[in-house]
Ligand binder design. Structure first.
Ligand SMILES: Cc1cc2nc3c(=O)[nH]c(=O)nc-3n(C[C@H](O)[C@H](O)[C@H](O)COP(=O)(O)OP(=O)(O)OC[C@H]3O[C@@H](n4cnc5c(N)ncnc54)[C@H](O)[C@@H]3O)c2cc1C
Length: 402
């Protein structure tokens, strides 16, 4: 029945309505929604969240058995599973709703050459799995999963690398290249995530080199542009000009940016001008300008809109509708994180747009940094959590009345 409603509205709706909770949560049972309601209510208290985060760090450091609690709560809400096989079940579950998945091996903070080498086959395995599935068009990676953070910092400053560091940097390049080549061979797209600005130069160098090599016919590799940085809009345009001059298709993944507090704190501590925009309105303005710039150049680039902001998604969706760009063009994808903003993802997919959810997976202890970021960004009642909660409440109420 739910699926029938879904397909009927697929034919009728051209512009999505983000407040249709019946479509948004069609894949969730009432029991699951109640669990999500409890989780978002708990996270809406900054005090509870900060105590919870502190206790989690402490308990993990002391090896206390808290994995079960984390797994059945925040992990289940935001992650696909501990292994690729577990995550693949979540991916399959989304198939009937035309919602795709980005396999995100979410292990963070591992250092050491052995760990970096170990990551490569893990990503190649994810690529091969993605290629065998209908609804997994992308995988994502972080360059810090393949090379030392402090090496990236040094590359960023432009300082001369010592001989052993040059060899180490070459190994980082080789690892990323192995993954991107596997992606190219299997026709799976790769999103290179953006992290802290003080390592971004090295990330850009590597990603540009991969785009130049693998994006001649189609965008296989995407770089991430963080619009909360004031120089990024100009950098996006410059990256586009470079791609045109060198004859490859730019893959542009647009996000606002997830490290704002850390960026501002470091700039204040070290006494340099913060790269972050002066206020939220400036970030929003540049984000939407970047969306429009990319939309206007879709003949030469591919656009990935990574945001939970309804207004930005609506601007993009309307632009496509107004300019008669097919909703399912392979040049445009919308994306939200798994466990968040289903109202945007499922309603866009319902209106025929390409949508893929970021689906992190990995051992519970290794995805903790990711979960901490999700908890932090969900602490404000006025912001994302308030929205998630009100939509969940609305749907629970609707089901009760029905
Ligand atoms: C699919 C996907 C992939 C992502 N990949 C990455 C990635 O690779 N790298 C990364 O850094 N982040 C990534 N993010 C996270 C993203 O950058 C944002 O932190 C998050 O999505 C919230 O922004 P928003 O656009 O969804 O929504 P909104 O709620 O509209 O915006 C919140 C964001 O606005 C900005 N902001 C808030 N207050 C201010 C202020 N006072 N001044 C200036 N700016 C402000 C911040 O970036 C904040 O995160 C990703 C998000 C998604 C959905």
């Amino acid at each position: 029945m739910v699926i029938a409603v879904y397909f009927c509205s697929l034919i009728i709706n051209m512009i999505p309505e983000f407040d249709n909770t019946e479509i948004a949560f069609s894949y969730r049972t009432t029991k699951e929604l109640k669990k999500a309601q409890f989780l978002f209510s708990s996270m809406s208290s900054p005090t509870l969240t900060s105590i919870g985060m502190g206790l989690t760090k402490w308990a993990m450091a002391w090896g206390l058995p808290i994995k079960g609690i984390i797994k059945s709560t925040i992990f289940n809400q935001f992650c696909g599973g501990e292994t690729m096989e577990e995550a693949s079940k979540t991916a399959t579950m989304l198939t009937p709703y035309h919602v795709g998945v980005i396999m995100d091996y979410g292990v963070e903070g591992k250092e050491g050459e052995a760990e970096f080498d170990k990551a490569v086959p893990e990503f190649v395995k994810a690529i091969k799995y993605a290629a065998s599935q209908k609804n997994i068009p992308f995988i994502s990676l972080k360059v810090t999963g393949f090379g030392r953070f402090s090496l990236l910092e040094k590359v960023h400053t432009g300082s001369q690398l010592a001989e052993d560091e040059k060899a180490e940097w070459q190994r980082v390049y080789n690892r990323i290249n192995t993954v991107c080549k596997a992606a190219f061979d299997n026709n799976v797209m790769v999103l290179v995530d953006a992290e802290e600005t003080w390592i971004q130069e090295g990330v850009n160098q590597l990603t540009d080199a991969m785009m130049e090599q693998y994006n001649k016919q189609k965008a296989i590799v995407f770089n991430t542009f963080q619009m909360y940085c004031h120089p990024t809009l100009a950098y996006l345009k410059q990256s586009f000009d470079t791609s045109v001059a060198k004859g490859y298709i730019l893959g542009a993944k647009l996000v606002r940016g997830a490290y704002m507090e850390k960026e501002r704190r470091r700039a204040a501590e070290m006494g340099y001008t913060s790269p972050i925009q002066p206020d939220k309105a400036s970030t929003d303005k540049d984000y939407d300008a970047a969306v429009l710039f990319c939309m206007q150049h879709l003949d030469k680039l591919a656009l990935f809109i990574g945001t939970h902001n309804e207004n930005s998604c609506m601007i993009a969706a309307k632009y496509m509708e107004d300019h008669k760009i097919p909703h399912n063009t392979e040049r445009v994808y919308f994306s939200q994180l798994y466990g968040m903003s289903d109202n945007i993802s499922f309603n866009l997919a319902n209106a025929g747009y390409n949508v893929a959810k970021y689906l992190p997976y990995g051992p519970v202890k290794d995805v903790i940094p990711y979960l901490m970021r999700r908890a932090q960004e969900n602490t404000s009642v006025a912001g994302q959590t308030g929205r998630e909660l009100s939509l969940i409440n609305k749907e629970l109420q609707r089901r009760k009345s029905a």
